[in-house]
Design a protein around this ligand. Structure first.
Ligand code: 15L
Length: 276
């Protein structure tokens, strides 16, 4: 459900990659209110273009397609790529090669601002007993988190070398509602997601920033004070779901890595890529 627009500022053309995914579909509805043209891309079907929408299919690993995709856009919300733990090859193509292609395309087309959908899994091996800041060094919990850490470094390089501003948003768990005990800390509502995206797009000076994508949860492992300049003020909280989630939570096994570490089940040990 859409709330009131969070800003009266408007753009001419915004690009949303990964527009067919869970968060992409949600932002597709919401971002239209802030631009004349919303360009949407994905390799998965996007349906029909509504008024004010442009649909483009651009595989992230296709350099030429990416350069065409970023032509004449004011800013990019880059959700595209692999968003869960998967074997190395798809992660390599979409998240490693793809993120490099995205930033090269931004440089060539003179695009100056990017929201890079990073992930809490960049830092999944910090403990749930810790609160980490926006300057916390990466401690990826798998190949997916590792690829997002790479993306954050690409963003930093393109900021330092070419002046492209990026917010690396280490998204927690953005779903309609928190699903388990872990999400009491990591959850971000869709309304707060919209607030965060618009804060990133409209703050006067973004620079290179890292910010955690979470709501104003009572239990928290992330401290966003280092990104106060972004102006993100979450207004939702996981607290209304606490009692129900705790009631159905099985007894915690304090030796389970998924209970010890912030990345939850993503940290479970084992070989990657099904290579024993
Ligand atoms: C992520 O990065 C995933 O994209 C999402 O599907 C969730 O699993 C989320 O992390 C999470 O940690 O809950």
């Amino acid at each position: 459900m859409l709330t009131e627009p969070v800003t009266s500022l408007r753009f001419h053309r915004l690009l949303l990659t990964g527009a067919a995914g869970g968060l992409g579909r949600e932002l597709r509805q919401r971002l239209k209110r802030y631009c004349d043209v919303l360009r949407l891309s994905d390799v998965a079907p996007l349906g029909e273009a509504a008024e004010g929408e442009e649909l483009m299919s651009a595989p992230l690993q296709d350099k030429a397609a990416m350069q065409a995709l970023l032509k004449d856009v004011d800013a990019v919300i880059h959700l595209g790529g692999v968003s869960t733990e998967q074997p190395w090859q798809p992660i390599l193509e979409a998240n490693i090669v793809g993120t490099y292609n995205l930033y090269e395309a931004a440089r060539i087309n003179g695009v100056k601002r990017v929201l890079f959908a990073s992930s809490n899994h960049v830092c999944g091996f910090y403990k749930q007993s810790e609160v980490i800041g926006t300057d916390a060094p990466a401690r990826p919990d798998g190949l997916y988190g590792l690829s997002k850490a790479f993306g954050e470094d690409v963003a930093r390089l393109y900021h330092d070398r070419f002046g492209i501003e990026t917010a690396c948003v280490r998204i927690g768990s953005s779903f309609p509602e928190p699903r388990d005990r872990r999400m009491l800390a990591s959850w971000m509502s869709y309304d707060d997601l919209e607030r965060l995206v618009m804060a990133v797009l409209t703050t006067p000076v973004l620079g290179y920033s890292v910010i955690y994508g979470i709501s104003d949860n009572k239990t928290r492992w992330y401290d966003n004070s280092g990104a106060a300049h972004v102006g993100y003020r979450p207004q939702d909280s996981s607290e209304p779901w606490r009692a129900a989630l705790e009631a159905k939570q099985p007894k915690l096994d304090l030796n389970d890595p998924a209970v010890i570490y912030q990345g939850g089940a993503f940290v479970r040990t084992g070989p990657f890529d099904n290579n024993a």
